[in-house]
Design a protein around this ligand. Structure first.
Ligand code: FAD
Length: 306
């Protein structure tokens, strides 16, 4: 069996693998896609100490760093079940199974798509999902935020301080964000809020986004907004479908962890975007992954039979 088995090969899983391997303990990583969300990222400008890089380059560096240690990497393998016990079992979708004394869950999350024409075509060419990451790329420009929940309204307030103008587009008749956020939003001079609006298309000139088309759900009128960027903020979904009924999850489906990354099951830790930790960022996932590995090591040295 492994001493530490990590499920997920994004920034959190990679950091956990490095920290575990450096303790000289038997470490494995199972990942559906080594690199994680970073593979879908163009420019990265906020990984502290690296002024600028891109996602694929960052993913290669992550993998090289992990491979410089004695770590079993099992790539393109999907975990489908966790069975608690003295040895924890991770069952794989292809029928295999792995056992480990401790497990670190780092399966990340995915942004919900709105699935309208233009979204895929202009991804990273004006269509964005992360205001902390991509906000500065739209300095002085016109953008829209789709989604009037807490994350959409927070994004609109954040972006209003950087970009020229923000149009917030909400499908429902009212915003769903907390009242204090709505008050702040309405106090900003360069924000327009449109409710009862169904986004039907993100348009572009073939190279970059140049507008958004929506249907006014009250009048059925089709309207166009000219802009340079669209931030889609309709939810981040943690990859925990396979864990339902085992580890404790929050009402948003995130794995609940304490300050050490411990989950509700002894010997099972979690890190990164898949957990309740606030702010989903690479630098945070890396810190959390390292922390979970140190906690797993601490758990091992305190267990009587190791
Ligand atoms: P992930 O990166 O999501 O990795 C999860 C890993 O788990 C993957 O290897 C996946 O294949 C694997 N996995 C999932 N389910 C299973 C399963 N059942 N079995 C086995 N493996 C599984 N952050 C920044 O800090 N700066 C940026 O500029 C930035 N830009 C971004 C741009 C885009 C387009 C996106 C989508 C995100 C961006 N982020 C950025 C956010 C950042 O990518 C995430 O916060 C970070 O990748 C989280 O790391 P993670 O390891 O927790 O999860």
């Amino acid at each position: 069996p492994y001493d530490v088995l990590i499920v997920g090969g994004g920034p959190a899983g990679a950091a956990a693998a490095i920290y575990a391997a450096r303790k000289g303990i038997r470490t494995g990583v199972v990942a559906e896609r080594f690199g994680g969300q970073v593979l879908d990222t163009l420019s990265i400008e906020n990984f502290v100490s690296v002024q600028e890089t891109d996602g694929p380059k960052f993913a290669v560096a992550l993998e090289q760093h992990v491979r410089s240690y004695d770590v079993d990497i099992m790539n393109v393998q999907l975990a489908s079940e966790l069975v608690p016990g003295k040895l924890i079992e991770i069952k794989l979708k292809d029928g295999g199974s792995l056992k480990s004394k401790t497990v670190i869950l780092a399966t990340g999350a995915r942004w919900k798509n709105i699935n309208v024409p233009g979204e895929n075509e202009y991804r990273n060419k004006g269509v964005a999902y992360c205001p902390h990451c991509d906000g500065p790329l739209f300095k002085g420009k016109r953008v829209s935020v789709i989604g009037g929940g807490n994350s959409g309204v927070e994004a609109a307030i954040d972006l209003a301080g950087i970009v020229g103008h923000v149009t917030l587009v909400e499908f429902g008749a009212e915003l769903r964000a907390d009242a204090v956020l709505q008050r702040k939003l309405h106090s900003l001079a360069n924000v327009t809020v449109i409710t009862s609006a169904q986004t039907t298309e993100i348009t572009g000139d073939g190279k970059r986004v140049n507008g958004l088309i929506y249907k006014d759900r009250k009048t059925e009128e089709i309207k166009t907004v000219e802009l340079e960027g669209v931030f889609i903020q309709i939810g981040l979904v943690p990859n925990t479908e396979w864990l339902k009924g085992t580890v404790a999850l929050s009402r948003h489906g995130e794995i609940e962890i304490d300050a050490r990354g411990q989950t509700s099951i002894p010997g099972v830790f979690a890190a990164g975007d898949v957990t309740t930790v606030p702010y989903k960022q690479i630098v945070i996932a890396v810190g959390e992954g390292s922390k979970a590995a140190l906690s797993a090591f601490d758990h091992l040295i305190r267990s009587s039979d190791t």
